[in-house]
Write a protein that binds this ligand. Sequence first.
Ligand SMILES: Nc1ncnc2c1ncn2[C@@H]1O[C@H](COP(=O)(O)OP(=O)(O)OP(=O)(O)O)[C@@H](O)[C@H]1O
Ligand SMILES: [Mg+2]
Length: 154
Amino acid sequence: MIKATNIHKYYGELEVLKGVDLHIKQGEIVSIVGASGAGKTTLLQILGTLDVLTNTNEGTLIVNGTDTTRLSDKELAKFRNEHIGFIFQFHQLLPEFTAVENVCLPAFIKKTPKVEAENRAKELLDFLGLYHRYDHKPSELSRGEQQRVAVAEH
Ligand SMILES: Nc1ncnc2c1ncn2[C@@H]1O[C@H](COP(=O)(O)OP(=O)(O)OP(=O)(O)O)[C@@H](O)[C@H]1O
Ligand SMILES: [Mg+2]
């Protein structure tokens, strides 16, 4: 669940986001469409907590019930690890690690035991049709397979 209220973003004098209100419910799939330069990436960076709104005193961003504008940097990093996933188009996976190892990384950061993390990673890879690619490194996977590994990682 994402509930953003009155999000403003300025780059110096330039006002890019002018009081965005957005409510995305659990399980809802949403696309953001707009002209180049309209502010899509800016909004996504803010919704993903990678950037901050300019008016933190008024605007709020509630993700899964937590008001992220009230978290410290450290709390925010932990919150991101547990609640938010990003699928980029490129350079998503660490090249030195296999598919299973890449999927395990967020769990290792959370200090999940190795065997538990690996079993879960394999389940997710199986679910996404990658059961025969556990030990492949990203360079040994197709683009679509790489993206599915990235999905499993989240
Ligand atoms: N760091 C920055 N400093 C100043 N202006 C910026 C900065 N980043 C983005 N902008 C400006 O803010 C506006 C919104 O940029 P943004 O990247 O959010 O657009 P977008 O909707 O994602 O565009 P595109 O479809 O081209 O990716 C643009 O006009 C851009 O020039
Ligand atoms: Mg963009």
